[in-house]
Structure formats: C-alpha cells, structure tokens
Design a protein around this ligand. Structure first.
Ligand SMILES: Nc1nc2c(ncn2[C@@H]2O[C@H](COP(=O)(O)OP(=O)(O)OP(=O)(O)O)[C@@H](O)[C@H]2O)c(=O)[nH]1
Ligand SMILES: [Mg+2]
Length: 289
C-alpha cells in the first residue's frame, strides 16, 4: 500500500455546511497500515511555507500543493503516508493543515478546530512561523489557549486539563522560517532552543496585561513540556521564492539545505510513535501494536 501512495490525499475537509468530515478514501488507506505510526503534523499561519516543509520531510520536491499567490492554498487536513526513513517497520504519516488566520476566511473557530485536530492526531507537532519569535508570533498561537474548549475528557478525576493533555500531546517543534538575525544575546551565542525558551518566559505580576502576556506562554509550557526550535534562513534568492517546488537543490542556499537536513534528521530520529492516553502504541487502524 505505502509504495503506491505517490501523493497526499485529503484526510479531513470542510463541507458546505462548515462541518469538518473525514474522507473515506483516506480512512481506507489508514485501514491498511498495520505498522506503528509516527504522525508528524504542521500548523501555522497561512502562506508561511508549511506545505513546502512537509515535502522536505517526505523527501520529495512536490507532493503537498504549494501556492505562490496571496490566496491560501491548503484546505482542511491532507495526509501522506510513507515508509519511515529511519525506523524499519514503521510508517511516517505526514499531516499538512489549512493555514490559520486567513483574513478572507475570517473564522477563528474553524481555525481552532483544525489546530486542535492536528494536536490530537500528531505525535510531533510543528508550529511554523515566519520572521522572529516575538510577542506577535506568540499571540498568533492563540489557538493553544482555546484547546481546552475543544478537547474534553470522559473522566471524573480532579486533575486539571493540562495534566491529561501532556500524557498524549505531541512533541512540539517551532520552525521559524526566513530568520535573518544572529542568535546572540549579551554578545554570547545562544542556541535555537534557548531562543524559544526565552520567548516563553513568564512575567511576574497579576495585572491584566501580564496575565494576557503569560496565558499563551503558560499553555505552551504546560501542554508541551517537550519543545524544540529550528530557525531556517531564506531558502534561496528572492526572485526564486515563488517557484521553490521547481528548483533543484543546487538552486537552494547551502545554509538552508544544512538546516533542512538537521531538521529532518531530528524529526526522523526523535519523533515518537503515536501512543494512546495510557501510553500504548497504536497503528493507523487504532489497534494496539
Ligand atoms: N520566503 C520563503 N518562502 C517560502 C519558504 N517556503 C516556501 N515558500 C514559498 O512561500 C509560498 C507559500 O508556500 P506554501 O508551502 O504553499 O505555504 P503554506 O503555509 O502551506 O500556505 P497555505 O497552505 O496557504 O497555508 C510558496 O510560493 C513557496 O514557494 C521559505 O522558507 N521562505
Ligand atoms: Mg499549504
């Protein structure tokens, strides 16, 4: 089956009534996978290079469709199952999602549903953004503060949501694209992970401004205790950016290729297999394995 999945298929789309529905064709494909699955999903604002990044993970120049205009491209959630590049007998399920924050769509409830589904389905979640991890970038991750409204437990114990969530929530990777700054602080080099942790530091105090500042940071810190950050330089010269999927790797800048390799290696070696709440490994049919 896996060798025949030459391109992604739509896993979840939005009906005319606005309701998200699972596509039967994608379910049929998943039904055939008996291997343990590593599920890697990407989320983030629209038009930020998510689909391109997922093609890198698939090791393919084309696959998930890219758009080069201002119009958002990916709709719903798309899936591509490939043999895992470094774990024999495992399947890598790549999930590319609809871009969040599209002005034309203007439906943040829909965005939160897409975000929540990606969180639930993935064993590694990539949050993709452009530029720097500034306050605006963290505020754009507001969906994380609304997760608890969309994910409910059939449980009567007193433990808070985040204690439940961490048991099966994915490993979190923040991918910063087109990063042009130097990673230095007080004249000392910092790592990408330190850069992320600095951006997630909480402020002390109880004022409304401080509480609002802390909320998305607390959610990320509590829900995703395992975090990693990659900062990517520009992939190529500006005149080539709209045709990235037609470029040979010789047209890409060497520091981008290097970062892309490092990122893919990390995802392939560190992404866990999909587990249920009780820690048991499952295949794509939801069976224990
Ligand atoms: N500057 C820049 N452009 C990129 C990068 N990666 C992809 N692009 C280009 O940005 C445009 C959008 O890329 P996509 O991968 O379709 O972006 P997306 O986030 O999936 O977009 P939506 O599906 O609309 O949410 C395309 O023209 C890509 O060639 C990058 O790292 N930097
Ligand atoms: Mg896309």
């Amino acid at each position: 089956m896996i060798s025949t999945m030459q391109k992604p298929v739509c896993l979840i789309d939005t009906g005319m009534d606005g309701i998200l529905r699972v596509k039967q064709k994608a379910l049929d494909i998943l039904q055939q996978i008996q291997n343990p699955v590593v599920v890697v999903g990407v989320v983030g604002l629209y038009r930020t290079g998510k689909s391109y990044l997922m093609n890198q993970l698939a090791g393919k120049q084309t696959g998930f469709a890219l758009g080069s205009t201002i119009e958002s491209k990916t709709k719903g959630i798309w899936m591509w199952c490939v043999p895992h590049p470094s774990k024999a007998g495992h399947t890598l399920v790549l999930l590319d999602t609809e871009g969040l924050g599209d002005i034309q769509k203007g439906d943040s409830k829909h965005d939160t549903k897409i975000f929540s589904l990606a969180v639930l389905l993935s064993s590694t979640l990539i949050y993709n953004s452009r530029g720097t991890i500034d306050n605006k970038a963290i505020e754009e991750l507001q969906f994380v503060t609304e997760i608890s409204e969309h994910i409910k437990f059939k449980s009567s114990d007193e433990v808070g949501d985040s204690a439940h969530f961490v048991k099966f929530f994915p490993t979190f990777i923040w991918a910063v694209r087109d990063f042009t700054l130097e990673l230095k602080l007080d004249n000392k080099c910092t790592t990408e992970d330190e850069y992320l942790e600095l951006a997630l530091q909480l402020k002390t105090g109880t004022s409304k401004i401080t509480t609002e500042y802390n909320l998305p940071r607390e959610c990320i810190r509590n829900y995703f205790p395992s975090r990693k950050c990659f900062v990517f330089p520009f992939p190529t010269n500006p005149e080539n950016l709209t045709a990235l999927d037609h470029l040979e790797s010789s047209d890409l800048l060497s520091n981008f290729l290097e970062k892309s390799r490092e990122f893919c290696d990390f995802v392939f070696h560190e992404s866990p297999v999909k587990k249920l709440q009780d820690g048991q490994t499952v295949n794509a049919r939801g069976e224990l394995c």
